[in-house]
Design a protein around this ligand. Structure first.
Ligand code: ZN
Length: 169
């Protein structure tokens, strides 16, 4: 049984295009949000979920690539190395995937859910998920990486998603 009641926001919702604000301190409310976000991510079989995707414009996301969930607060990328392409999906863009070029090794700094500063080196999938979720905090989505031909293909499904979203509102 799941207690999470967070609504997953999909493309067309303006909260996905805003720049999120830093978290001052991780308190009870933030920890409850993190817990609910982890549940929501798992429910939707995601490997990452950013606060704007549940309508909250805070610099916070959760990740679980299979070795357990953790929260990332106020993330910063200190160093980037290499690059590679991978087909990425997004819980806020159901049915859509885009080939995204990203660095394959990064050094990052963030605050964890106990208000401790963490410095880490991430590579491969972990680096990719981190950067994908960090993009969400700046209002950026995978469709922004699409090439011209890909963009043309995406026009119809995106328009459908947008009007569907309006109907729900
Ligand atoms: Zn996403």
């Amino acid at each position: 049984m799941s207690g999470s009641k967070l609504k997953l926001h999909i493309y067309g919702d303006e909260c996905l295009r805003k720049k999120s604000v830093p978290v001052k301190e991780v308190g009870v409310a933030e920890r409850m949000l993190i817990k609910a976000m982890v549940e929501t991510m798992h429910e939707h079989q995601g490997i990452g979920l950013a606060a704007p995707q549940v309508g909250i414009e805070k610099r916070l996301f959760v990740v679980d690539i299979g070795d357990g969930p953790f929260a990332v607060i106020n993330p910063k990328v200190l160093k980037k190395n290499g690059s590679g392409y991978l087909e990425e999906g997004c819980l806020s863009l159901p049915g859509i995937s885009v080939n995204v070029k990203r660095p394959n090794k990064i050094a990052v700094q963030y605050t964890d859910e106990n208000n401790q500063t963490v410095k880490k080196e991430l590579s491969q999938l972990m680096a990719r998920v981190f950067l994908h979720e960090l993009d969400h905090l700046d209002g950026k989505m995978i469709i922004d990486y699409a090439g011209l031909r890909e963009k043309l293909k995406l026009r119809k499904p995106l328009k459908a998603m947008q009007s569907q979203n309006k109907a729900i509102l």
